[in-house]
Each structure stands twice: as structure tokens, then as C-alpha cells.
Design a protein around this ligand. Structure first.
Ligand code: PLP
Length: 460
């Protein structure tokens, strides 16, 4: 330990007098600045005592203090540029919101609203009425209820309709969605008893029929969102389940997962079951996510018969799953896009799905040109984007990728992730590739700047 070095350690007051620190103090406040300065000086003192370190000079200490203040105040949730080409990227925030949805959220957040107030009657209203009329019109269902996410929606349906009783489901539908959402575990949590029927690859109507008994409360169908069965397979149609359910007075719950209101087959994708189809087939309750193919905020949407929805609305758990006013505002604004027939131009998820290949090619070419001008070797490759979000597994949309085959892909990906504005890219055939499909035009300049900066850090 060096006493001479310890003696060089400034007092907190002296450190705060440094010009750089004075500026930071105005920005971060006296209390946080003093606290951070104390922590910094403690660390430096420990280093001197324990590791014989030398004492940094005042400008360096000031610099470290300011850097630490910025780090402390930086939100952990930060914007990133998604250049992966995965449209509904579960790890990067799923669906982006339309301008109208964001404006509606802003208005709901900035001012008071009639969230639970009936303006006509001048008395207490219900938060559950919002978005209901829109959902009725768009799906054909008698009633609707919005909760926090689809996992909550499924749990609520099972608890309210089948707690302490049996629920029949095909073995081929005991799926894991990701993020720990496994149908058998959700059933267990709900207090309902799992009654599996059929085999992994084939289940027939007779299997359901044979399992029906006095203890059974519901039939459950779960869409196999993120995988696909091929070969010798059979599942019972929803319409057949509904007929069977009606005969025995049993409700049919249909968890669609993503759910969509539009026909995915118009965009070169396999037909993903639409919410309207399930309603028309007669499902008692249909559940789906707000932020998958619907392209809205995180929410779980339940549509179905008035009687079943009324039961859910009055179930005590519903209060614990209720959505925020900003969510309701964004959801309603998103649904209005469908009503107006403008979903593919206004809702980002659908705009990205519908972007034609030649538009993507033009953007990738312009990126390549801009990068070559700055000395970064870039090419344009044919590639594939995916929809993601546990929908349309194995399905791809043709795209044009910006490829950087002459740079070490791992190190480049790492540098891009750790820049000022993180950029998340993909590695294909040992090359770093960037897909314009999921990059907004407004993000392009930042993206190119980050690529040039990252390439410059590699020393190749
Ligand atoms: C995604 C999904 C869920 C969970 O939905 P969240 O909105 O993520 O809670 C449940 N079931 C299925 C079939 C899904 O695809």
C-alpha cells in the first residue's frame, strides 16, 4: 500500500469542483452525483490499498465519474435496430405499433380518459367495454374480453370454465410455446385436470368422445404455432369438436396463439387459421395474442359467446390480468386499421410482410453502394425473411440481404450489438447479413453509420 498515492486522492468536494463534473451535476442532480463520487473514490481507495494501484489524476477521476453517471441513468430497455429479417421477433419486442396506435397510447397516457366512466350516464363505467365493439365487428363474435397476454387469456378461460374438473386435449397439441409456456403446465396451474387423448401424430373424434364423462368441463384445442407435423397425421377439425361439445353441453376453447384477421395465403405464406374462422366454426371461446400477427400491443384477446365472456368478466382472476389504458388505446387504434381496410399499409407487421422483393432489393443495393463508398466491402445476396413470433413455422418470404462476407462475422455481430445504437444482425454462410425488411427507412442512416463504425473497430 502506498501512503503517498492515498494522499493524492481528492476529497469529494474537490472532485465536484471539476468543470466536467459541474455539468453532470446539473444534469443528474446533486444527490446522485455526490453518491456516485463517493462510490468512485471508495473503489479507487480500495484499489490503492489492496492492489498497490496509483491514484488517477483529477481529470481522469472526473471523466470516470461522468461516465458512471451516464451508465447509471441509462435505461436498460433500449431501442435496437432489428436487421434479422424476423418480423415478429420475440426477443426484440414482437410487433411494432402503427403511428395511430402510438398516438392513441400517448393521448391515453398524457391525459385523463373515460377508462372506467360512462360519459352518457355520468357514472362509473367499465374498462372492459373498450375495443369490444370493434372485436365483435371484426371477428363476428358475440362478445370479447382483453387481458394482459394470451398466456393469461388461456389460463383465465381454463380456470373460469374448468377448475377442479377435466379438460380434454389431443396429445398432438400438448405444445411448448417458448418462454416456459407449456400447455400441460398451464393446465396444471389452472387447477384443471389434463385429459390427453389420441397419440402424438393422430387423434380422432372417437378419442374425444370416449373420454367424455361427468367430470369433463371443456374441450381444448391449441394451435401448433411454432412447429408443424407432417406425414401420417390427423387432428379433429374445430367444427367437429364443436358438434361433439354441443351434444354433451361442453364448451370448446380454441387457443389460436398468433391468430390473424387477414388471409396469410395472399402473401405467399401458408394459410394461418383466422379468428373469424374459429368464431364461425362455433368455438365457445377463442384466444389470441395482441402482438403477434394482429400487429398491436401486448395483450391477450378472448372472443366468444356472451355467456362465456360474461363468466370470465366476473371471475376474480380477471382483475389481476387487466390491461393498462394505453394498451386498450393502442389495441383499438390497431383494430380500426382492419375496419378501414388499411392494415397492410398502416400496421408495421403487415407492411413488412407485404413489402415486395424488388423494394427490398433496391434498399439493399443502396446500402451496399453507400458502404462501398466508405471503403466497406459489401454485396447483395438473395435470402429469406421469416414471420416469427411462433407463427408460420418454416415459412419464409424471399428477400435481398446486405452481406459483408469479407469481415469476420462473429466479431462484426458483436461490435454491432455493442454500439451506441445496437444493431442485431444474422450470420449466414459465415457472413454477417442485414435484412432491409425489418429495418425502417428512418433507421437506415444510423444503421449504415453503425456498420462503418463497427467495421472500423475490427482492424482487418
Ligand atoms: C404465443 C402463444 C401463446 C402465448 O401468447 P402470449 O401473448 O405470448 O402470452 C399461447 N398459445 C399459443 C398457441 C401461442 O402461440
Amino acid at each position: 500500500m502506498s501512503t503517498a498515492e492515498l494522499r493524492k486522492l481528492p476529497s469529494i468536494d474537490r472532485l465536484l469542483q471539476e468543470e466536467a463534473v459541474a455539468g453532470a451535476r446539473a444534469q443528474f442532480g446533486q444527490e446522485l452525483t455526490v453518491q456516485t463520487a463517493r462510490e468512485l473514490l471508495d473503489t479507487v481507495r480500495t484499489d490503492i490499498v489492496a492492489q498497490d494501484a496509483t491514484c488517477p489524476d483529477l481529470p481522469e477521476l472526473a471523466g470516470r465519474l461522468v461516465a458512471q453517471l451516464h451508465l447509471t441513468a441509462r435505461p436498460t430497455l433500449r431501442p435496437v435496430i432489428n436487421a434479422t429479417g424476423v418480423i415478429i421477433h420475440t426477443n426484440l419486442g414482437r410487433a411494432l405499433l402503427s403511428d395511430a396506435a402510438r398516438a392513441a397510447m400517448d393521448a391515453a397516457g398524457a391525459g385523463y380518459s373515460n377508462l372506467e366512466y360512462d360519459l352518457e350516464e355520468g357514472q362509473r363505467g367499465s374498462r372492459y367495454v373498450h375495443a369490444v365493439a370493434l372485436l365483435q365487428r371484426l371477428t363476428g363474435a358475440e362478445d370479447a374480453l382483453v387481458v394482459n397476454n394470451n398466456a393469461a387469456a388461456v389460463l383465465l378461460c381454463l380456470m373460469a370454465l374448468a377448475r377442479d374438473r377435466g379438460v380434454i386435449i389431443s396429445r398432438g397439441q400438448l405444445v411448448e410455446i417458448g418462454g416456459g409456456f407449456r400447455i400441460p403446465e398451464v393446465l396444471q396451474t389452472s387447477g384443471a385436470r389434463l385429459v390427453e387423448v389420441g397419440s402424438t401424430n393422430r387423434t380422432h373424434l372417437a378419442d374425444y368422445h370416449d373420454a367424455i364423462g361427468p367430470d369433463i368441463a371443456a374441450l381444448l384445442r391449441v394451435h401448433s404455432s411454432n412447429f408443424r407435423q407432417v406425414g401420417f397425421t390427423a387432428e379433429v377439425s374445430l367444427a367437429d369438436l364443436v358438434v361433439l361439445g354441443r351434444k354433451h353441453g361442453l364448451p370448446v376453447i380454441d387457443d389460436l396463439g398468433s391468430g390473424t384477421l387477414l388471409d396469410t395465403s395472399l402473401y405467399g405464406l401458408t394459410y394461418e387459421p383466422r379468428v373469424q374462422d374459429s368464431v364461425r366454426a362455433g368455438a365457445t371461446l377463442v384466444t389470441f395474442s395482441g402482438d403477434k400477427l394482429l400487429g398491436g400491443p401486448q395483450a391477450g384477446i378472448i372472443v366468444g359467446s356472451s355467456e362465456a365472456i360474461a363468466r370470465l368478466r366476473h371471475y376474480p382472476l380477471t382483475r389481476a390480468l387487466r390491461v393498462d389504458k394505453t394498451t386498450l388505446a393502442a389495441l383499438a387504434a390497431t383494430l380500426v386499421h382492419y375496419l378501414r381496410g388499411e392494415a397492410t399499409s398502416k400496421i408495421p407487421v403487415w407492411r413488412m410482410i407485404a413489402t415486395p422483393r424488388d423494394a427490398l432489393e433496391a434498399r439493399a443495393q443502396s446500402w451496399a453502394m453507400a458502404l462501398r463508398d466508405r471503403g466497406v466491402a459489401a454485396e447483395v445476396w438473395a435470402g429469406e425473411s421469416t414471420v416469427g413470433g411462433g407463427s408460420l413455422p418454416g415459412e419464409t418470404l424471399p428477400t435481398s440481404l446486405l452481406a459483408l462476407p469479407s469481415l469476420p462475422a462473429d466479431r462484426m455481430a458483436n461490435a454491432l450489438r455493442n454500439g451506441d445504437t445496437p444493431v442485431i444482425a444474422r450470420i449466414t454462410q459465415d457472413a454477417l447479413v442485414l435484412d432491409p425488411r425489418t429495418v425502417a427507412t428512418a433507421e437506415e442512416q444510423t444503421l449504415l453509420r453503425q456498420v462503418i463504425w463497427a467495421a472500423g473497430t475490427l482492424d482487418v
